[in-house]
Ligand binder design. Structure first.
Ligand code: ATR
Length: 279
């Protein structure tokens, strides 16, 4: 029998940790599979995904910049991916392409299980309204925080994202608000950076006064790009956490979809951190 084949598709994709994570999940759960990296030309996502399925691929993870294309390519899509408008997982079976989004579940799992931060009844600030923020807003709302403020440089994008999630917020009794960065006020128990501002070296886009005493500041990035935000958080007396646990968390949710087994997420996160520190 041929070995089950999976991959991560992106551009760039060289530094992706997903092959390492999935190989370790497979080892620890006694599964046999192969997981590769595929660099995809910017105009070739759909054709490459279909070719991978035709070649016998069972599924793929999707990273920057193809998550929106992946949602459009899928024949069927989960409710959470539809709400996000983006997919980070495709599964190929019975001739159909199924799309899902496990980013939000990965974040929630890292916050609640690994960091011990209970979201219920808390006041949250989500900075950014692009693809990264869209992927996590629905799953955050489902945890019933008291409020979520979505603050973005471009107010219209925050307002759109909030409008799309208004009925889910109502259903879960969450006060969901949109703000521009310039007019942002208030203090929050959890501040999540979902912007790409660190990639342009433009600093943290909100003031330290947004952090309530004892707050947790979370950057969805990890490694060097998260460093500025983590330092800023520490300078303002907040606890700081990078997005490595979210990465492992979304991979664990993906593995569960593909293989029907939940891998030991925390163990793999601890191992990955130590592998990264050795380098
Ligand atoms: P991603 O998929 O990573 O979310 P994106 O959809 O391009 O990428 O969104 C990037 C996010 O980072 C947006 O919220 C963007 O703000 P705008 O909507 O106003 O563009 C935000 N962002 C990028 N650079 C920023 C900066 N220097 N300061 C503040 N926000 C920034």
């Amino acid at each position: 029998m041929p070995i089950d084949l999976y991959c991560v598709m992106g551009n760039p994709v060289t530094h992706s940790r997903s092959p390492w994570i999935h190989a370790r999940f497979a080892e620890l759960t006694g599964q046999t599979l192969r997981y590769e990296k595929r660099l995809i030309a910017l105009d070739a996502f759909a054709v490459s995904a279909r070719a991978f399925a035709a070649e016998g691929g069972r599924g793929c993870n999707i990273t920057v910049p193809f998550k929106f294309d992946a949602a459009k390519l899928a024949d069927r899509i989960s409710a959470r991916a539809a709400l996000a408008g983006a997919a980070n997982v495709l599964s190929f079976g019975d001739g159909a392409i199924l799309g899902d989004n496990t980013d939000g579940a990965g974040l929630v799992s890292d916050l609640q299980r690994n960091a011990g931060f209970d979201l219920c009844g808390r006041h949250l600030l989500l900075i950014g309204a692009g693809g990264a923020a869209a992927g996590v807003l629905g799953p955050l709302l489902r945890e019933r925080p008291a409020s979520i403020t979505v603050a973005n440089r471009t107010l219209a994008r925050a307002s759109d994202l909030v409008a799309r999630h208004a009925s889910l917020a109502l259903q879960h009794e969450v006060d969901l608000l949109a703000s521009s960065l310039a007019e942002l006020s208030g203090q929050f128990e959890l501040v999540i950076n979902a912007t790409s501002s660190s990639l342009s070296d433009s600093g943290v886009p909100v003031a330290g006064s947004t952090l309530k005493s004892g707050a947790l500041a979370y950057d969805m990035m990890y490694g060097a790009p998260a460093q500025g935000f983590l330092t800023w958080a520490a300078e303002h007396g907040a606890s700081a956490r990078d997005g490595l646990g979210m990465l492992v968390g979304q991979a664990a949710e993906t593995f569960l979809i593909w293989r029907g087994v939940r891998p030991p997420e925390l163990q793999v996160l601890v191992e990955l951190r130590s592998v990264m520190q050795e380098r």
